[in-house]
Design a protein around this ligand. Structure first.
Ligand code: G3P
Ligand code: CA
Length: 269
């Protein structure tokens, strides 16, 4: 909440510059993409079919998912590197087989009415949602899963016909090495570099390095200010901001010239 008020203040302080800049481009200005975080994680257990379907009902342009890998080399859609928080099981994702991990209940922790929910495999996710909506795929902790980039690329390549222009894919990660590897495998897929708020900002050297493989630079919401957005655009990047968790934050971000907003509550857009 305090953050949203500070952001509104910054926008107000810079409003003459924003208007001046946008004055030229206003006609072309697009609404930011609506991106459902782990589906609609504010309403349903994250990264489950229930959550993805809810987000689609709410009209998202893209679903955001987190992808990791099981012991038997299958890709699964889950955020944490353990199953402890979001299932009735315990242990590391990489120590389960696909069959074992899919036997866990991935819904009851959120609400008993979701007890039938399972951890989706990446294949199941693509079978059900590719071609219906855009997808933002986060390679989560890829250093734990050697070869994950090749496996994700292989699944996407199998479905190129369904992944039309209209239903786009973006691949993002905090792990820059992994993004470079993925970019070399599928150069046509836009890459997003996720940026944590370390307090150090983003250096020009980093921006220059991102420009070799990334189209998006995606900072955490607490880093956002009008100057940063202008700087990213000036350097040729698009930007998706994560993660909106209340209406004040959404209102503040909608004053900025963003390319996408990730939210747990897709109906706040
Ligand atoms: O889309 C960005 C966001 O998902 C990154 O953070 O922790 O929610 O995966 P996290
Ligand atoms: Ca994520």
């Amino acid at each position: 909440m305090r953050y949203a008020v500070r952001l509104l203040f910054l926008i107000f302080k810079n409003s003459h510059r924003i208007l001046k800049r946008d004055g030229r481009k206003f006609k072309n200005r697009q609404t930011p993409l609506k991106i459902g975080h782990r589906g609609a994680a504010g309403y349903c257990p994250e990264n489950t079919f229930a959550s993805f379907n809810k987000a689609l009902e709410m009209g998202v342009d893209y679903l955001e998912i987190d992808v990791q890998m099981t012991r038997d080399g299958e890709l699964v859609v889950i955020h944490d590197s353990t199953v402890n928080r979001t299932t009735d099981g315990k242990g590391k994702v990489k120590d389960f087989t696909l069959q074992e991990i899919q036997a866990l209940d991935a819904g009851s922790w959120f609400n008993p009415t979701f007890s039938g929910e399972r951890i989706p495999s990446f294949k199941e996710f693509l079978e059900n949602f590719a071609g219906k909506t855009g997808i933002v795929i986060e390679l989560k902790k890829p250093s734990l899963y050697p070869g994950i980039e090749e496996k994700v690329a292989k699944e996407l390549k199998k479905r190129t016909q369904r992944l039309t222009e209209e239903h786009k894919i973006i691949v993002q990660s905090f792990d820059r090495k992994s993004l470079k590897r993925f970019h070399n495998l599928m150069p046509s897929i836009p890459i997003g570099v996720l940026i944590k708020n370390t307090g150090r900002g983003i250096s020009n050297k980093e921006l220059n390095s991102f420009s070799h493989y990334a189209s998006y630079v995606n900072p955490k919401i607490t880093m956002v200010n009008p100057r940063l957005i202008r700087r990213l655009h000036r350097n040729g990047f698009k930007t998706i901001i994560w993660t909106v968790k209340n209406k004040q934050e959404m209102k503040a971000l909608q004053q900025l010239h963003l390319d996408g907003i990730v939210s747990d509550f897709p109906d706040y857009f």
